[in-house]
Design a protein around this ligand. Structure first.
Ligand SMILES: [Zn+2]
Length: 511
């Protein structure tokens, strides 16, 4: 079975004094974690136990019960009546951190031993081993999780949490600004997370589904469809085309108005440049033009989410089970003003972002796999006969190759069409071809270095969406697992973030 993990981020409504309570609760949690890490450091043997046994051992060492009235290092010295689930969450967090620390310490020790065992070159003085050992964390800033029993009465607009207020444990009812749990997802333990001055509730959610077959199996057996995506810096940010395994072209979609986004971003960058030239001096270690930079950042993130969501929606609608992208080429340095160079760089970053977001969205949408192919000449070749095409602007002579021009014509087979659509069809064909003739096409060198796959893992080197090997949430909720479930996703997304006015003005047009 395969898993999809997400985090629901909920903005909270609470009276101002609650912020202090949440802070006190987090402080206590981190103190308890630090306490347990110390206990583990004093009893290193605990780490050789399985999590469940380690949990009971640590509880015996620190928690007084009728059978065990005098624990060796009582936790009650630190705080009174710590709820069992709070303690358990802290133990799991401490075990996770301690395991990470000791494993890096062990690799350091191994490296040191290897260095000492190695004989120095004759006649030369041996270099001493200079690498410093890892140090255990000195400060803790973990978000406090709420295991089952520490939260109750969760509705669509409120939740009740058991919180340490600094003087006692109390149940606090907190308003949440939320959306419902998506279909098929199961809920993990909520976390209280501080973002700036506000507190948010993060809930990891998980869905299990039938694991999809790998790319080779899908493309060699059965009627599968692939959705190939060509990402651009301007005009249409993404052009998707769906084709069957035998090469029949079914549908095309042009997504995103890149020109408007680039124009908007360039205007903002130009304003920053002007402000800077007027101020003359940039203070070191201080961000200038904070609001403008934030606007640019939010715009890019917002658009990348929009475009990637549309790509996945299109693939779903067309029943495609594989997404194909090309590897990102290198960014060619551009000439021109600051705003032009900065704008191009950001448009290029946006391509990477759209790819990353599409990848996880496609996987979460029900196991659509993402692949990448070699980008060489995808826009220069004709998708029908693979001769070189002429690329031109409308109203201009039909000759040569103008990068970025919208139209293309193949002089060999008279194929006429949109240049980006042609590129996306080529991208799809490249994956199909790779399956028929796996040795011929070598993937992009960067990817070969980055994701080296074990031999016989099926396809390829650039099969990107691997099954996420994460512990299951129900286990984590019961607290028998040491892994932390703070933020399941790598991509940052703020749900409650206000939509930018510019972003809403930009019309994304779709066909
Ligand atoms: Zn042709």
């Amino acid at each position: 079975m395969a898993k999809a993990l997400k985090t629901l981020r909920q903005a909270l409504h609470y009276p101002p004094q609650y912020a202090d309570y949440f802070a006190a609760n987090q402080l206590l949690f981190n103190r308890v974690v630090a306490f347990y890490v110390e206990v583990i450091q004093a009893h290193e043997g605990i780490l050789s136990l399985k999590n469940k046994e380690a949990l009971t051992t640590l509880a015996r060492l620190t928690h007084a019960t009728e059978k065990n009235p005098r624990p060796i290092v009582p936790l009650s010295d630190l705080a009174p009546d710590v709820p069992a689930m709070f303690r358990r969450a802290a133990i799991n967090a401490a075990l996770g951190s301690a395991r990470a620390f000791f494993s890096s310490l062990n690799t350091w020790r191994a490296r040191k031993e290897r260095h000492e065992a190695k004989a120095g070159t004759t006649g030369k003085k041996k270099q001493p081993f200079r690498e410093r050992p890892p140090v255990p964390p000195r400060t803790w800033n973990k978000s406090a999780p709420f295991y089952a029993g520490l939260w109750k009465e969760r509705t669509s607009h409120s939740i009740t949490l058991k919180v340490w207020t600094g003087s006692r444990w109390s149940w606090l009812k907190i308003g949440t600004l939320s959306r419902e749990l998506p279909d098929g997802f199961e809920m993990g333990s909520p976390h209280l997370v501080r973002k700036g001055a506000r507190w948010w509730l993060h809930i990891p959610i998980e869905k299990t589904f039938e694991a999809p077959a790998n790319v080779r199996e899908q493309l060699t057996t059965g009627e599968k469809r692939i959705c190939a995506v060509d990402l651009n810096l301007d005009q249409h940010l993404a052009v998707c085309s769906v084709q069957t395994v035998d090469g029949t072209i079914l549908a095309t979609s042009f997504i995103g108005n890149g020109t408007a986004i680039a124009g908007c971003r360039k205007k903002l960058l130009g304003r920053i440049a002007r402000n800077r030239s007027q101020t003359g001096i940039l203070a070191e270690g201080e961000q200038d033009n904070v609001a403008l930079w934030r606007k640019i950042r939010h715009l890019d993130e917002h658009i990348a989410h929009q475009v990637s969501a549309r790509i996945v929606q299109f693939a779903l609608k067309q029943h495609a089970s594989i997404l194909v992208f090309e590897h990102l080429g290198s960014l060619r340095p551009a000439k021109g003003r600051y705003s032009r160079r900065g704008n191009l760089k950001r448009a290029y970053w946006m391509k990477g972002r759209i790819f990353r977001y599409s990848k996880y969205k496609a996987w979460n949408a029900g196991g659509i796999i993402t692949c990448r192919v070699n980008p060489r000449n995808t826009s220069r070749e004709c998708h029908r006969c693979h001769g070189l095409v002429i690329r031109y602007q409308e109203g201009e002579p039909v000759e040569g190759y103008t990068p970025g021009a919208p139209l293309c014509l193949c002089p060999q087979c008279q194929m006429r069409g949109h240049a980006d659509r042609n590129a996306s069809l080529n991208i799809g064909q490249r994956l199909l071809k790779r399956m028929q003739d796996p040795l011929k096409e070598k993937p992009h060198a960067c990817s070969r270095r980055a994701t080296r796959e074990p031999k016989g893992s099926g396809v390829g080197i650039s099969q990107d969406a691997k099954r996420h090997q994460r512990p299951s949430l129900p286990v984590a909720r019961r607290g028998d697992h040491a892994n932390e479930h703070g933020t399941a996703q790598r991509g940052r997304r703020r749900m409650g973030a206000p939509l930018l006015d510019i972003a809403s003005q930009l019309r994304m047009h779709f066909e």
